[in-house]
Design a protein around this ligand. Structure first.
Ligand code: 0O2
Length: 221
């Protein structure tokens, strides 16, 4: 009986993980489509790169234990929303909002939560926009709504987050105060960089537009 029950749990878990992988792949494909469309039609690539990751069974179990969640498929599905994760790195902050709007406007995608740490950064300076959305996945047994966590950030935010992550792990969370202060300071530098780059782009676009306007109004020879 125990063996049969174990085999059943394993099968349910495998099915659940497959659902997450398919959901994640579908969202990644939708983002690829948006990227190609913007690039081909507007000569404006809004994505530097996309990465996907499925949480390992070990880290799902560890997180469930930390949060006191029952080791049961439905409980896990409801409580752990970052089993399927996608990170989208964009050149500019405006690209982040443009992509979020285009993706979440798709009729079969529902938005579960949005955490805008760009508008409202974490105390350590962390900035990114996190969306947990749900997308239907059609299996032979029927449709399942799969939650996928998508983190949108700029190149500058990504550089900061990966460095902060390395330091955090090196000190196992107990980062000395002086280092913490410098990390938060570096986050402000990254935010200023984003503003400066957007400003540069605006001035280049402004010039291109006024060049265009000049060429349109030039008197015929
Ligand atoms: P990993 O290794 O990237 O998967 P929760 O998801 O429940 O643990 P919370 O606060 O509800 O936590 O979710 P939140 O704030 O949306 O953040 C979840 C993820 O955002 C983290 O996942 C990180 O990927 C990223 N993140 C949030 N805060 C920071 C930060 O201060 N620094 C860095 N570098 N990343 C951050 P995990 O599971 O913690 O890590």
């Amino acid at each position: 009986e125990a063996v049969r029950r174990f085999a059943q749990i394993r099968e349910d878990f495998t099915r659940m993980m497959l659902g997450y992988r398919f959901g994640m792949e579908q969202v990644a494909t939708r983002l690829d489509i948006l990227r190609e469309e913007f690039t081909e039609l507007h000569q404006d690539n809004p994505i530097e790169h996309i990465s996907t990751r499925l949480k390992s069974p070990e880290s799902i179990m560890a997180k469930a234990a930390r949060q006191g969640v029952e080791l049961e498929i439905e409980a896990l599905r409801g409580a752990i929303t970052d089993i399927a994760g996608i990170r989208v790195v964009c050149p500019f902050v405006a690209d982040v909002y443009r992509l979020v709007d285009s993706l979440t406007a798709q009729p079969d995608i529902t938005v579960r939560t949005v955490k805008d740490y760009i508008a409202d950064p974490k105390p350590n300076g962390y900035r990114s926009l996190h969306v947990i959305l749900e997308i239907p996945v059609f299996l032979s047994s029927g449709a399942v709504q799969v939650p996928v966590e998508v983190q949108f950030r700029t190149v500058a935010m990504d550089f900061w987050a990966s460095t902060e992550h390395k330091i955090f792990y090196k000190y196992q969370g107990a980062v000395p105060a002086e280092l913490r202060r410098r990390i938060t300071e570096a986050a402000s530098t990254a935010a200023r960089m984003d503003e400066e780059m957007a400003d540069l782009l605006r001035s280049v676009h402004g010039e291109a537009e006024s060049d265009h306007a000049r060429s349109q109004t030039r008197a015929p020879r």
